[in-house]
Each structure stands twice: as C-alpha cells, then as structure tokens.
Design a binder for this molecule. Structure first.
Ligand SMILES: NC(=O)C1=CN([C@@H]2O[C@H](COP(=O)(O)OP(=O)(O)OC[C@H]3O[C@@H](n4cnc5c(N)ncnc54)[C@H](OP(=O)(O)O)[C@@H]3O)[C@@H](O)[C@H]2O)C=CC1
Ligand SMILES: O=C(O)C1=N[C@H](C(=O)O)C[C@H](O)C1
Length: 239
C-alpha cells in the first residue's frame, strides 16, 4: 500500500518504521520541514494518508486529504470538539476519515475495562471517581484525547456524573481530570474510585510509542478502499 505521512515528528517516524516493516511504501512526507505538498503527484498516489500533527493543524490537513481524494487516518488529539464539522465535510466530499484518540490495542482493551467498571460502580454512590493522566512536557493538549474518551464512557455509564472538568471537581456531578506534564512520559491514564473504606483504581501505562504506531498502520490497512467515518470499534470488530 502507498502511504503518505502528514506530520513527521515522534509519531510520524515511529509509523514510518512499522509501515515499512509491514511491506508498505511511504510515498510522501508532509511536515513543516519537508517539501512534499498535498497537490503533488506523490501525495495523490497514496492509498491512505496518516495524520499526526498538532491540534490547530489537523482539521485543515484532513480537508486537504478530502480535496485530493485520499482517505485519511488521523491520530491528532485536542481538536475533537470539531469532529462533527469535519464529518459533515467528509460526507459532502464522499471522503474517508478514521479518527481515534488512541490507536493502541492495549488502551482499547482498557477502554472496555473502564466502561465495564463504571457500569459496575453505578449503584455504589459512596465512591467518588476521578482521573489522572500523565504525559511528556511537549504535549500541547490537556486533558489528553484518551482521557476525554475514557471520561465520555464513564459519563454514559455513571448516573451521578454528567460532565468532565479540568483539575478540580466543584459539583458532585463533575468528573475531574488532572493532567500532569513531566519528563518523557509516553502516556499514563488512571481512573480512581474512592470511598471512605477503600480505593479501587485501574491504570494503563504505555511503554513505548510502538503500540500507537502499530494501531495507526493497522487502521490504515483497514481504511484502504473504504468510505465514510471509521473508528477503533470498526477495526477491532474486523481483527
Ligand atoms: N491517537 C493516538 O494514538 C496518538 C495521538 N497522538 C497525538 O498525535 C499528535 C502528534 O504527536 P507527536 O508525533 O508526538 O508530535 P510531534 O510534535 O513530535 O510531531 C508533530 C509533527 O507535525 C508537524 N507539524 C506541525 N504543524 C504541521 C502542519 N500544519 N502540517 C504538517 N505537519 C505539521 C511538526 O513539525 P514541527 O516540529 O516543525 O512543528 C512535527 O514534526 C498529537 O496531537 C498527539 O497528542 C500521539 C500519540 C498517539
Ligand atoms: O501526545 C501524546 O503523546 C499522546 N497523545 C494521545 C492522547 O492525547 O490521548 C495518546 C497517547 O496518550 C499519547
């Protein structure tokens, strides 16, 4: 498969290695420091583009993929409040977009565990719930996209929580997410249920970026020749 990389930073490099190991070719690399463009024949020859850039760049890069008729897998976080806008544009251009806040298979198992635990804890009102996420200091968005996905599932399952908030809970129906930025931490997410009697917590700790990158390449392979909006549940049902 011909793959174009949009964003050639930490994730772009990791994805390139795995894509080549899996027999794919990188036909274009679009970054602030490279010369490839969305209009180039090289980019247009891609079967799928993989976008990992920054929150303020993702939406425009996805639009450029729709214009070029290239399906796009996007992992950039921090812009999900604009997903419904870009989905409408995808429909009018008959495009393809696969988006996930986290491509790691381990995190997607953790998503299922988180939902199950929230369902289990719903009747037990003595437990309050909070979340902590820790990432490297270069991360631009907070809370992480993964933390927001986790929070959305908890809010769907737990009647006593109706919205997430950054850092400090002020109302009983708020789910507080604390974001810590330190060193080179690749991504830690912990969900904590606390009562006067005890604490129950679940935690995911990423050991490298390879899990994210492998998931993104698997998503690109899945996206090939498909139309519409796709996500990790579609991919996991297929694996
Ligand atoms: N969904 C998932 O599983 C994961 C998501 N992420 C998310 O992916 C994104 C990228 O992460 P990461 O690779 O670590 O970040 P990096 O900062 O290492 O890489 C981003 C790259 O994008 C480039 N870039 C910036 N603006 C543009 C633009 N307009 N067009 C093209 N390229 C651009 C940057 O160039 P320059 O350095 O010159 O600014 C940089 O090379 C983040 O939002 C992060 O949260 C990360 C890991 C997993
Ligand atoms: O910026 C990162 O590094 C990561 N971002 C994603 C997020 O915001 O959830 C996924 C992973 O945690 C790494």
């Amino acid at each position: 498969m011909n793959i174009a990389l949009i964003g050639y930073g930490k994730m772009g490099h990791e994805i390139e290695q795995i894509a080549i190991q899996r027999g794919h070719q990188i036909v274009a690399r679009i970054d602030l420091t490279t010369n490839d463009t969305f209009e180039s024949p090289a980019f247009c020859s891609a079967n799928v583009a993989i976008e990992f850039t920054r929150p303020d760049a993702a939406i425009n890069n996805i639009r450029k993929c729709f214009e070029a008729g290239v399906p796009v897998v996007c992992g950039t976080t921090g812009w999900a409040n604009q997903l419904s806008t870009i989905r409408k544009e995808m429909e009018t251009t008959n495009g393809t977009l696969f988006w996930a806040s986290n491509f790691s298979l381990g995190v997607n198992l953790f998503f299922a565990l988180n939902r199950y635990l929230a369902k289990l804890m719903n009747p037990f009102n003595d437990y309050n719930i909070s979340m902590i996420e820790v990432h490297h200091t270069q991360k631009l968005d907070a809370p992480s996209g993964t933390a927001i996905t986790l929070a959305e599932s908890i809010i769907e399952e737990l009647d006593r929580k109706s919205k997430w908030v950054k850092d400090i809970q002020q109302q009983p129906d708020e789910l507080a997410i604390a974001s810590i930025r330190e060193g080179n931490v690749l991504g830690i997410h912990e969900i904590i249920y606390e009562s006067e009697m005890d604490t129950i917590s679940i935690k995911h700790d990423a050991k490298s970026r390879r899990g994210f990158a492998l998931g993104a390449v698997l998503a690109a392979e899945f996206t090939y020749n498909k139309k519409g909006f796709l996500g990790m549940n579609d991919l996991l049902a297929f694996l």
